[in-house]
Design a protein around this ligand. Structure first.
Ligand code: C2G
Length: 448
């Protein structure tokens, strides 16, 4: 009796899966199929699975090819299963070639030919991937290309970069070459969505053109330098039935979302203060030093420090002031402290570009506090600390790919109508732009 085992997600079960199961079964007398849980898929970077575990299990059972269906929940389970079920052969599609050689210590490992021309990703996207155009400023595309690979259903097909010129990026990414466009007029008709990472001033112009052209937009934060522009973009997107999303990565972190829920549940009592710091010494891209383009600590880091304050304490501080240090020649802010007073709480937020400080987050309450160490804006861990350290609790989460992955997945979900409200709400987008406008207008700004 030869026992064969194979694993998979089996989302929207298709003939590729069925061929694989049939071929696996032919390798022995008995076939066990492991179906992955949502949690395990998320952990291994598969984010856009459409069907529930139950639906996927039922679909595999309905093929009649599996003698037994089991659930795969954790890293390292394969070895446990092989031992537990006395497995002789481990079979998997050859897209995994070499990756499971380590199992040959426990049983025979066979890579079966994958069926060409069909995949769950394609079925999920209704036959074609969303074509994403990147309008950038010299930011490396490599990272984005890699992250898109984890999301599925989205391909970077074109880029436009005024600063770089023809660069050799074109042709990268194997099957999906990235073409370089000469201008927006060439790019927009050729894509379904745009990721705008140009200077803060230009990004609202790019976003507007894209939306007018019927193209969805993922826009770096802050999306605009004043509330009017932000509102115009949101309204335009709504009128056209398009998705407009602010790329504020921390908001998509699971740890950050979990922390907010715990705070809402009163884990540290009534929140009295939010202190958040984000700084960097290397000033960011090509527009740095140009105040008109929106350069400065406030635009680089302002949205990040504002995020926890506005999310936790609300959008209506009773007053707002700033203490800022400006570069003498360029008048760009190198260091900005934002102070917001609420009826029963306060926020002290520090943004630095060219000034460095400890980048942590502390939320103080009447029964304890939350501490997230630097760099808290890439949050994967935080602590709830109490008066008695024995009552402290630590929370760990996975935070992959600087948050870009989750941000892209949310963007795709919204375009596919699978998620209603954006993680960064319209109200938050408006409020961030409004606070940046107040700062740039000089109201309540004390200079040091
Ligand atoms: N498959 C195939 N041909 C396709 C698509 C998929 O032969 N056109 C195979 C895959 O190679 C895999 C199985 O069908 O062996 C299930 O595919 P997925 O549901 O995509 O699952 P996958 O992410 O490959 O999971 O740890 C290994 C995983 O559990 C395998």
């Amino acid at each position: 009796m030869v026992t064969v085992i194979t694993y998979g997600t089996y989302d929207l079960l298709h003939r590729g899966h069925i061929n694989l199961l049939r071929n696996a079964r032919a390798l022995g007398d008995r076939l066990i199929v492991g179906v992955t849980t949502e949690g395990f898929d998320k952990m291994r970077g598969k984010l856009l699975v459409r069907q529930s575990l139950n639906e996927r299990v039922e679909a595999v059972k309905a093929t009649g090819l599996a003698d037994e269906v089991i659930i795969e929940e954790y890293e390292g389970q394969k070895i446990d299963d092989i031992r537990r079920y006395g497995v002789d052969v481990f079979a998997i599609g050859d897209d995994w070639a070499g990756r499971f050689d380590y199992l040959s210590e426990f049983c025979k490992v066979v890579y079966l030919p994958r069926t060409r021309g069909i995949s769950s990703t394609e079925l999920r996207s209704g036959g074609h991937d969303l074509r994403l155009g990147v309008v950038g400023d010299g930011t490396s595309l490599d990272r984005l290309l890699e992250e898109c690979g984890h999301v599925g259903g989205l391909r970077v097909t074109m880029c436009l970069d005024a600063d770089r010129g023809p660069s050799g990026t074109a042709g990268r990414g194997g099957e999906s070459p990235v073409e370089e466009a000469a201008d927006l007029e060439e790019l927009l008709p050729a894509v379904d969505a745009v990721y705008a990472v140009v200077s803060p001033r230009k990004r609202s112009l790019v976003a507007k053109k894209a939306l007018e052209h019927g193209v969805h937009v993922l826009c770096e934060t802050p999306v605009a330098l004043d509330a009017g522009d932000a509102a115009e973009l949101l309204d335009l997107a709504r009128d056209r039935g398009l998705v407009f999303a602010e790329a504020l990565k921390t908001a998509y972190s699971l740890a950050f979302q979990r922390m907010k829920l715990l705070l809402k549940g009163g884990v540290i009592g009534e929140v009295k203060s939010v202190e958040a710091t984000c700084t960097s010494l290397h000033v960011r891209p090509s527009w740095s030093g140009d105040r008109r383009e929106g350069a400065g600590a406030m635009t680089d880091w302002g949205p990040y420090v504002l995020l926890p304050a506005l999310d936790i304490l609300g959008h209506d501080p009773v007053d707002l002031s700033f203490i800022a240090s400006f570069d003498e020649a360029s008048h760009v802010d190198q260091y900005t402290k934002i102070i917001m007073r609420y009826p029963r709480a306060e926020a002290t937020l520090k943004a630095g570009g060219g000034v460095k400080a400890e980048g942590d987050l502390v939320v103080a309450g009447t029964r304890g506090y939350v501490y997230a160490p630097a760099p808290w804006w890439k949050m994967d861990y935080f602590e709830i600390r109490k008066e008695d350290p024995r009552d402290n609790r630590r929370y760990f989460y996975q935070f992959e790919g600087d948050g870009i992955r989750d941000e892209l997945a949310d963007f795709v979900r919204r375009i596919r109508n699978e998620a209603r409200e954006s993680i960064v709400t319209e109200e938050l987008t408006r409020k961030i732009a409004e606070i940046i406008e107040v700062f740039r207008g000089g109201a309540g700004v004390h200079t040091i």
